[in-house]
Design a binder for this molecule. Structure first.
Ligand code: UDP
Length: 235
């Protein structure tokens, strides 16, 4: 049986040096990494964040925009990223389908798990956008939920760092990488691998979360093939 994985990219990951919008060169790079997986017979689902465009908490910070509306704006942002990702994957010759948890019939298929599974079985990459479709959640939680629903063997969180550290490695030179930790450790020590809702859901469903650096070429395939040298795993 083919392996099925879900890869989560933050919206920020798509932004270029100025931290905003979509850098097509980054999309192109991601397209190559995903193609490598598909070429190796792996079924791939993708969840993308929207932080490069709108993040609900930030947009609602001064009280002018209500949090619920700001969160809907954030979810729409993930659809924008999804449209771009679908194009980038097809540019590489892959077959991709964008699904959305908030209906937008002209743009994307509605999220239907059975349909998504069918696409995956046919070798299509499925991009799950609009998060969970509900405000007050994150795309990390959406990724955990979708990974569980499609029965993925792992959720890979593709970030800018090569794993989970006891403190921010960008700020502290003595930060120590934690190669393996339990869900409870991640929750109790407030190690922000993902938000608590996402970790609790992963724990309930025994879904391993792998955190790795998306900028290390070939890393996704290595991890799926069992080489955990350049990542952290929460299980
Ligand atoms: N969001 C939401 N419900 C969800 C997923 C996302 O309301 O199920 C909104 C929320 O406002 C969030 C924004 O969409 O800030 C973008 O997602 P996120 O911040 O998780 O993106 P990332 O940090 O991965 O770029």
């Amino acid at each position: 049986m083919r392996k099925r994985v879900l890869v989560k990219f933050s919206g920020e990951a798509l932004a270029g040096a100025d931290g905003y919008g979509i850098d097509t060169q980054i999309l192109d790079y991601i397209g190559n990494e995903i193609k490598e997986l598909v070429d190796n017979n792996i079924e791939v689902g993708i969840v993308i964040g929207g932080g490069n465009i709108v993040r609900g908490v930030t947009a609602a910070a001064d009280g002018i925009i209500k949090r619920t509306s700001a969160d809907y704006m954030g979810m729409i942002a993930t659809v924008i990223n999804g449209v771009a990702m679908q194009e980038a994957l097809e540019h590489k010759g892959l077959s991709a389908r964008l699904q959305t948890a908030i209906k937008m019939e002209q743009i994307a298929e509605p999220y239907i798990v059975r349909r998504a599974t069918r696409h995956l079985q046919k070798g299509r990459v499925v991009i799950f956008s609009a998060g969970t479709g509900n405000p007050y959640f994150t795309t990390d939680t959406a990724a955990t939920l979708r990974a569980t629903e499609i029965d993925a063997c792992m959720l890979i969180k593709a970030t800018k760092v090569d794993g989970v550290y006891n403190k921010d490695p960008m700020k502290y030179s003595d930060a120590v990488k934690l190669k393996e930790l339990t869900y409870d450790q991640a929750l109790e020590d407030h190690i922000k691998v993902m938000d608590d809702t996402a970790i609790a859901l992963a724990k309930d469903n025994k879904l391993p979360i792998v955190v790795t650096n998306m900028n290390e070429k070939g890393n996704l395939l290595k991890i799926i093939n069992g080489d955990y040298s350049k990542c952290s795993i929460v299980k």
